[in-house]
Design a protein around this ligand. Structure first.
Ligand code: KG4
Ligand code: ZN
Length: 348
């Protein structure tokens, strides 16, 4: 069955066509650039841009896949968690298309979709995934460890007490004037710095499965003030631009601290909860340093690693279509009286 996926929970307008939940026929993502000037996502602007972009993004997804509306058997739309206005833009579009085509639609949990995205390559290859799994979802909105006793069950093992890891990347980049979103910029700049140059704190929390990044962020700010670092002024550094080496050292040290915390909590959870595989999903899973750490960690535990391919790590609609397919294939559909959910913890 060919499923149209739609994703509008934050600042990416995305549409994708996926066959049988795993074969990606097209995956179109339009990132809204308007938020860069504000250093973060402005909800009203996000919702408006989704409404404007959806028709052309969906048309591009059909074009790229070389199929017609009449070829699809269902529609999957992100129902939550996310920004209400942004979610509603995709929800209403998907619901309208479902009504007019007479095909079923289902609302998908964005976090479950991230996990599905990490599993897609293995499922596409026809390999079986053994449960229980441990999943680290690490993005701009979430940093959470879940246990998955089965494919459909999610039990929260721990999570951030304050900022999400991606949010910390974004805020540190903004405070140093490096641009937005900060994750990919810091990922790149960290290569040029000495990660041992600046001593930064790692949060020590009551639960070894929890995270906290706000103290680290404050320490970066203090360090920038102490060293009287001049924030970068402009659009954010381009590839050939010269960035103060002290800023490079600071972001490299910051990234190492984030990765240390992500790794140690995941390691503790793998020691505590019997797992037959490790899933790493969400936008920060695109980080090269994190990918290397998680590969080494899974190898130490002698476990298969289900690491999101980079194009399925940051927000996209292929993971949404894939996750929707599970329910559509079972003949399930959502009814038209439902609406979006700004908060929607997995397993609730
Ligand atoms: O999953 P995602 O696209 O959206 C949410 O559901 O939040 O994640 C976006 C987050 C942003 O905070 C962005 O800075 C971060 O993922 N991110 C990265 C990288 N690419 C994206 N963080 C670190 N390194 C990267 N390469
Ligand atoms: Zn996401």
């Amino acid at each position: 069955m060919l499923v149209l996926g739609i994703e509008t929970s934050c600042d990416e307008t995305a549409a994708a066509l996926v066959a049988d939940g795993v074969r990606v026929r097209s995956n179109v993502v339009s990132s809204q650039l308007d938020h860069a000037a504000y250093g973060g996502v402005v909800p009203e602007i996000a919702a408006r841009r989704h409404v404007e972009s959806l028709p052309s993004v969906v048309a591009a997804a059909f074009d790229e896949a070389g199929v017609e509306w009449s070829d699809i058997g269902g529609i999957g739309v992100t129902r939550g968690p996310g920004l209400v206005g942004a979610l509603l833009a995709g929800w209403c579009y998907g619901r309208g298309a479902s009504r007019s085509l007479g095909v079923p639609y289902v609302g998908v949990n964005h976090l479950a979709a991230h996990v599905h995205g990490a599993l897609m390559p293995v499922l596409e290859a026809g390999d079986r995934v053994a449960y229980p799994l441990l999943a680290l979802i690490v993005s701009g909105g979430h940093t959470t460890l879940y246990r998955l006793p089965t494919e459909a069950e999610f039990r929260r093992a721990g999570g951030t007490l304050d900022d999400a890891a991606g949010e910390a990347f974004d805020k540190v980049a903004t405070l140093l004037g490096l641009g937005y979103p900060g994750g990919p910029i810091i990922d790149r700049l960290a290569d040029g710095g000495d990660a041992g140059a600046v001593k930064l704190p790692r949060a020590r929390l009551e639960s070894p499965f929890d995270f906290s990044f706000s103290g680290l962020k404050a320490a970066v700010r203090r360090e920038a003030l102490r060293q009287e670092l001049e924030p970068w002024v402009g659009e954010g550094p381009g590839c050939g631009d010269h960035v103060d080496s002290r800023i490079l050292d600071l972001v490299a040290s910051f990234q190492r601290a984030v990765l240390d915390m992500l790794e140690s909590a995941t390691d503790a959870a793998l020691r505590q909860f019997p797992s037959r595989g490790l899933v790493v999903a969400g936008g920060v899973a695109a980080n090269r340093g994190l990918r290397a750490r998680m590969e080494a960690l899974a190898a130490r535990h002698d476990l298969p690693l289900y690491l999101s391919p980079v194009e399925l790590a940051t927000d996209n609609a292929a993971m949404v279509a894939g996750q929707a397919h599970r329910r559509l294939a079972a003949g399930e559909a959502d009814t038209f009286d439902q609406t979006v959910r700004a908060r929607w913890p997995l397993g609730a």
